[in-house]
Design a protein around this ligand. Structure first.
Ligand SMILES: Cc1cc2nc3c(=O)[nH]c(=O)nc-3n(C[C@H](O)[C@H](O)[C@H](O)COP(=O)(O)O)c2cc1C
Length: 292
């Protein structure tokens, strides 16, 4: 049985729902010789105005985009700024570049002191950034939401109302660890971002909550390391998924996940993966089942 793995995110059609998460896949080019970039649904390269690692927008366009274009990658550029104006400037510059599929707005990074997560932690801040970038570009605009809020679905709704084409969720959870012998924090910033398998159930819950609150597509992530993990997000309501931390442990994870998704669809006789999004069955279970 031939299955169709393609998904649509607003006006974009991706060949499959697997996207390399920002910050966990370099600029994409670093993996070009080990991973067929054209076999992925997308690559979310990071680009930060200031405050984080990055080569800057002009060098990214000159040095990285030609190779990403040549390798046939669907490029999601993850942009981060400390002011509204920085997001707008980055969006304008990137709008004129050939081969960019979408802008992912990082309004959720825990490692910069100003801007970034400050926007993403309030409905007004989120709406302001999305509205400003929406007015500055014709590219699909995909804000990436932070899980470090009380009600992520309210933030997602604000993003949708402000003109977002989709939302990505989640970024990392604020966390800390202490060396008890020295009593010093293990991270130089004292707090940092937690990613990987530990966050997955919380991230899945957030995707599920947002699916009830908005109509635009959701790109889900947080601790995906297996096919079943990716499927959980899709069944909870994600149209596509990103894989971050697991790529560090196994850069060859992509073909395994793709094969796994195909096998699942075949086994369940589902023709298109897009049919699976949000199909979670929450009908009440009979008492006997629950108590056993
Ligand atoms: C080392 C590292 C760097 C990251 N850098 C970025 C970044 O620049 N922009 C961004 O939006 N998210 C960044 N993230 C967050 C990931 O893209 C992703 O949202 C998060 O790690 C959850 O997915 P995972 O558990 O699969 O890693 C980073 C995560 C890690 C671990």
């Amino acid at each position: 049985m031939a299955v169709d793995l393609s998904v649509t995110i607003g006006s974009l059609t991706l060949r499959n729902p697997l996207i390399a998460a920002s910050g966990c896949f370099g600029y994409g080019t670093e993996y070009g010789d080990v991973v067929d970039l054209a076999s992925l649904g997308g690559v979310a390269g990071m680009l930060n105005a200031i405050g984080l690692q990055g080569i800057g927008v002009h060098r990214f366009i000159a040095e990285k985009m030609p190779e990403l274009r040549a390798r046939g990658a669907a490029v999601f550029v993850n942009i981060c700024g400390t002011t509204l104006q920085e997001y707008v400037e980055l969006a304008k510059i990137l709008s004129d570049v050939d081969g960019i599929a979408a802008l992912e707005l990082n309004i959720s990074c825990p490692n910069i002191k100003e801007g970034g997560i400050t926007f993403g932690c309030s409905v007004h801040g989120t709406a302001d950034v999305v509205r400003a970038v929406r007015a500055a570009t014709t590219l699909p605009v995909i804000p990436k939401l932070t899980p470090n809020v009380t009600d992520i679905s309210a933030i997602a709704r604000a993003a949708e109302d402000a003109g977002a084409d989709a939302v990505s969720l989640v970024n990392t959870f604020l966390a800390m660890a202490i060396d008890v012998e020295t009593r010093r924090p293990r991270l130089s910033n004292i707090v940092g971002g937690l990613s990987g398998p530990a966050i997955r159930p919380i991230a899945v819950r957030m995707v599920y909550e947002c699916r009830q609150a908005i109509r635009i597509p959701i790109i889900g992530m947080g601790g995906i390391a297996t096919t079943a993990d990716a499927l959980e997000f899709i069944i909870a309501g994600a149209s596509a998924v990103q894989v971050g931390t697991a790529n560090f442990a196994d850069p060859l994870i992509w073909p395994k996940l793709l094969k796994g998704l195909e096998a699942y669809l075949e086994r369940h006789r589902i023709a298109r993966i897009s049919e699976l999004t949000g199909t979670i069955d929450t009908t009440a279970r009979d008492k006997e089942w629950i108590s056993s």
